[in-house]
Design a protein around this ligand. Structure first.
Ligand SMILES: Nc1nc2c(ncn2[C@@H]2O[C@H](COP(=O)(O)OP(=O)(O)OP(=O)(O)O)[C@@H](O)[C@H]2O)c(=O)[nH]1
Ligand SMILES: [Zn+2]
Length: 362
């Protein structure tokens, strides 16, 4: 078998045979993104008995994990997603302990069952990728920013395909209007500069994720970080700016530089749940203004003493931005409420099942 564990490229994780436990390969936890936050949840003895490993892929057959001299698959059991850290229990892999998460990206899944979908865990920086063409959508960017801010992930907006645009400046200005707390950059994802541009966030031990629609250049950037072309990229139809789907599942790549990179498939629908703090931070200017309305349940409609309406009149705030904020607030409130209902239902069902099991044992 060819040895892929060289230092020059992505740590390859696409072939099943590479997931057999291997004693020859050493991959220090630091290179996989191990940080103090995780170390503080365990101790030397526990780590010796159950070494830390990181979920790099979630399959129906189980969790693919990598650790120091460890590359294996854990059968379904632990509730974990890509990026999670586990303490690997060799005797009972399914009982491997999932460590507390530093951050978690989730969304309400498409479809009517309203289940939440875990996208990735323990991410330090989220590169929110869009291109300087028809894919650019302020409302979608704001969603991603709120999602990141909710869980204390540093959002960085990347505008790709600057080389194809006559003038990327208006796109930059628009994206920068979202929040003065976040960095916005434009670049050619295929160029040599991409690596250097992203370097400040891709230091050893860090975990970064690429989020955005299909075809915007996420895999191209993943490759740029890893020097070698591993993630498959495909041409897109430039006429409608839509990408042909190339990334089909989430995967954590370990780059030669010691940074972990999560490449996600384009997400068509991104519904916010449990993200009220993230929304408040993303729209901090509006939230602050709304806090000085006369009534604290002000709907900014016809109430007297409404600071938001006053701001609109003076031109201090932008009416489109206000409309997007209100739409997201309503959506977030609705989704969080239905999710809470669902959780309560699940809990009640679990209780009922446990009751029956107990009765049967009598
Ligand atoms: N000219 C130009 N082409 C780019 C740029 N970024 C990406 N592309 C091209 O756009 C196409 C799609 O890029 P990918 O990296 O596969 O896009 P993706 O976001 O990973 O797409 P999915 O995997 O479908 O989610 C490829 O042909 C890239 O070469 C850029 O900055 N400039
Ligand atoms: Zn008001």
């Amino acid at each position: 078998m060819k040895d892929h564990s060289d230092d020059t490229g992505l740590f390859p994780i696409s072939r099943p045979e590479q997931f057999r436990p291997s004693a020859t390969r050493t991959l220090h936890p630091q290179r996989l993104g191990w940080q103090n936050f995780f170390a503080q949840q365990t101790d030397v003895d526990e780590m010796a008995a159950t070494p830390p490993c990181r979920v790099v892929e979630v399959q129906r057959s189980g969790l693919r994990v990598l650790g120091d001299g460890l590359a294996t698959e854990i059968p379904p059991g632990p509730v974990a997603t890509v990026g999670d850290w586990l303490l690997f229990d060799a005797d009972h892999p399914q009982r491997s302990r999932v460590l507390d998460r530093k951050s978690l990206i989730k969304r309400r899944a498409a479809g009517h069952d309203r289940k939440e979908q875990l996208i990735g865990a323990n991410i330090d920086t989220a590169f929110i990728v869009t291109s300087c063409n028809a894919d650019f959508n302020l409302a979608r960017l704001e969603r991603y920013v709120a999602l990141a801010m909710e869980t204390q992930i540093t959002p960085v907006i990347l505008l790709t395909k600057a080389d194809l645009s006559d003038d990327p400046a208006p796109y930059l200005a628009d994206a920068r209007s979202i929040s003065d707390r976040i960095t916005v950059l434009s670049l050619d994802a295929r160029g040599d500069e991409a690596r250097g541009t992203l370097a400040p966030w891709c230091k050893p031990g860090q975990t970064v994720a690429f989020l955005g629609s299909s075809g915007v250049g996420k895999s191209t950037l993943t490759n740029a970080l890893s020097e070698t072309a591993q993630a498959a990229t495909q041409g897109i139809r430039e006429d409608d700016a839509r990408g042909r789907h190339t990334t089909s599942h989430r995967q954590l790549h370990i780059t030669g530089a010691g940074c972990a990179v999560l490449d996600t498939p384009g997400m068509r629908e991104l519904q916010l749940t449990d993200a009220s703090a993230g929304l408040e931070e993303t729209f901090a200017d509006l939230a602050t203004l709304a806090a000085s309305c006369k009534f604290n349940d002000c709907a900014h409609d016809t109430e007297p003493g409404c600071a938001v309406r006053a701001g609109l009149e003076t031109g201090e705030i932008d009416s489109d931005r206000l409309a997007r904020w209100r739409k997201l607030l309503a959506e977030e409130a609705f989704n969080s409420a239905t999710l809470a209902q669902r959780r309560a239902k699940d809990r009640a069902f679990g209780k009922m099942v446990r009751g029956i099991v107990k009765d049967n044992r009598k």
